[in-house]
Design a protein around this ligand. Structure first.
Ligand code: MN
Length: 203
């Protein structure tokens, strides 16, 4: 269910299908300060690959070719952060992308709870724990709990997308979601370029 790998051990060309869930674990939320420690990927088949990123590692060719492959849709939850982190770490801009948090904001306007745990609970009736979120991801060896947690951040994104897409159709907001996804990589680049606290559309 959760495979623990190094970048070089990834399946050749990282062929996980045409829709791949992606998430990152870092030392914190400041991209320029807090290094990338793990990248989790899943093809939606119930398996998650937790890829360890070493301190100072500057290349991840298998991951990067998947991230920039126009034929692979990358699923994120709050992709704005992960896209920025991955671009800063390896210079690969993820596209095309889908973000479950953006869709949640577009269709679950009845709720102000758009965290992954809330979505998985509300839409899939599955309870996941976020206990390990702030654990030490830079440790030499990750614990079983950490690997399980890291896997759970990508294992449900395909099913969430199915539920969320149904709601997008119901509410007639597919085109808004698509436009947001197309802008999302640029939004991540704006964050890195210094506009992280600015709404560039504001008056
Ligand atoms: Mn995560």
């Amino acid at each position: 269910m959760a495979n623990f790998l190094h970048e070089n051990d990834l399946p050749d060309g990282l062929d996980l299908g045409s829709v791949v869930a992606v998430d990152c674990e870092t030392m914190g939320l400041r991209v320029y300060r807090d290094r990338l420690c793990a990248v989790q990927v899943s093809g939606g088949d119930g398996d998650a690959h937790v890829v360890r990123i070493a301190a100072g590692q500057e290349e991840a060719p298998n991951l990067c070719s998947m991230l920039s492959d126009p034929g692979v849709l990358k699923l994120f939850h709050f992709g704005r952060f992960d896209i920025a982190v991955l671009y800063y770490a390896f210079g690969a801009l993820a596209a095309p992308v889908y973000c479950t948090k953006i869709v949640s904001r577009l269709v679950r306007t009845n709720s102000d709870r758009h965290g992954l745990k809330d979505l998985v609970s509300d839409l899939l009736k599955i309870e996941i724990t976020k206990q390990e979120q702030s654990s030490d991801w830079g440790a030499d060896r990750l614990t079983k709990k950490q690997i399980k947690y890291a896997a759970s951040d990508v294992l449900y994104l395909h099913r969430l997308r199915d539920r969320l897409d149904e709601r997008l159709v119901r509410e007639g907001r597919e085109h808004l979601a698509q436009s947001c996804f197309e802008f999302l990589p640029a939004r991540a680049l704006l964050d890195l370029a210094g506009w992280q606290d600015t709404d560039i559309f504001a008056h």
